[in-house]
Design a protein around this ligand. Sequence first.
Ligand SMILES: [Zn+2]
Length: 625
Amino acid sequence: MIKNISVALLAVAVLAGCKNSSTTKSAQVTNAGTVPVAKDVHTLSNADSVDMQHLDLDIAVNMDKKQISGNALWTINNKEKVKTLKLDTYDLSIDSVLVDSKKVTYKLDPQIKFLGSALHIPIGATSTAVRIYYHTGADARALQWLDPQQTHDKLHPFLYTQSESIYARSWIPCADGPGIRFTYTARVKVPKGLLALMSASNPQEKNDSGIYHFNMELPIPAYLMALAVGDIAFKAVDERTGVYAEQGVVEKAHWELEGIGDMVNAAEQLYGPYRWGRYDVLVLPPGFPIGGMENPRLTFCTPTILAGDRSLVSLIAHELAHSWSGNLVTNATWDDFWMNEGFTDYFERRITERMLGKSYVDMLWELGYQDLVDQVKDLEKTPKDTWLKLDLKGRDPDDGLTDIPYEKGSHFLELIERTVGRDSFDHFLAKYFNAHAFNTITTEEFLVYLDSNLIHGDTAILNKLQINKWVYGPGIPANCPRAGQERFAKVDSERVRFLNDVPPAKLATSEWTTHEWLQFLRKMPPALSATQMGKLDEAFNFTTTGNSEIADLWFVMSVRAGYSKAYGAMETFLSSVGRRKFLEPLYGEMMKTPKNAPMAKRLYAKYRKNYHPLAQESLDKLMAK
Ligand SMILES: [Zn+2]
């Protein structure tokens, strides 16, 4: 996913003591007890005792009632012969439960904040089939139901899911932990005239029955379960990649994403074969709360990447990279989230470097470093939230969704690369993905694997890396690598010229990409005068830019400078964009002063309904401050 620790100060002991291990199962103690058993505190299930092997899902999607109903048939192996199967649910109504085709009396616990309700099902030692009839509730956190006017084409309703981190349980009764994998099939009935898509083998066109069949024969965790329903069209890019979007968006999306076939090839050259069959991208309606979601075979992405100049497609490189880091090798618990996101940010930049060159990717590294500095400052009062290994016990795993796992994680890996050399690190990573394919890993297991397969206890390397400071220490370690500043140095000198009253039209900006513009604006003094804002706008048309990254930053600057000429466009932006990355800084900037807070409240009251439940939750908190 495109963007906070069980604490065990074990790394030193692990690195000093273990030479011979690789682990493939997160719940195993691998080395004479030196690696702790992963304990996922965010599932109420007992999947450690009962293998959840396969799911056959049979559901109907009612767009009018905004409800999913049907049944989930789980094939299980009661390996520890327990008497009860416990599953995760959130705001699900259970209609009946059958075990081996016989109706049983189940129990649903009272709801625990954000974790939901455990469903207790009596099972026998040899039970293999558990079928649960259920329907979803109005508070299903994974589901966003869009009315036609909230879509691009404004003709048909739309539904999509966002299951990461622990929201799959709000639309499927399941064992909802990243360390629990299963295969699935699904039969999904939708209103005629609409297409259904999942994180599985997918149809490429609508049929007359409105019934679609899906198969995912590779084991995935519940957070990668995904469904989208709408008037969706498909356009192929090459034989294994393509683009899905609303009818009125698909051509534009196809043009913008035409490079995804080359991107998959570039990724394969780095770390080995793409193992999921097809790679398609679904461009969602504007309310999608995040940049992208790496649902296997079908990345879900925000329409804000459709900048018209292919300048924001590195987001796709990120979601594609998850096909290795995250989907193939998965963080065992949400405390190990950097194992998904740090690796993916690193891999994303390696793909981008291969496609667009070193000086280009250096800009991504530098902007990421700036985000990391800002994030560490924001988390000043809770320094443990800046460790790579998180401790989210008793907290919503979404509290861990900061820039730390992404940027501190990727910079740590970049440091390893620079220390051991790129060839050695690439060889190690390819081997790592292969050795742990379709499995999960904890931070501690990774550190053991890193030592056994790359560092080999070399004290000179260990002294250079200072692993504990990265993994179990706060802030940005002193040895954090920095990218080359070749292109940004030129941007910085143009900014100085502007601040010395050189007319904007005379600045050397003709070759700039989105990233140069971001650097140009980010490093402006805290508040420009309305006159300076006006001059920039006149020369560069920031208020009317179609580039959401630049627009968002410009609107934040406009609020700060009281540059009211941008407010109309800002309102349009807030009405149509649902991505938290953009909404939070903008509403947050308005909420900083008594003068602007009423504007934030007015706009939020007006457009809250356009945002996904997850965006609403975080914005409700921000607006209550
Ligand atoms: Zn990600």
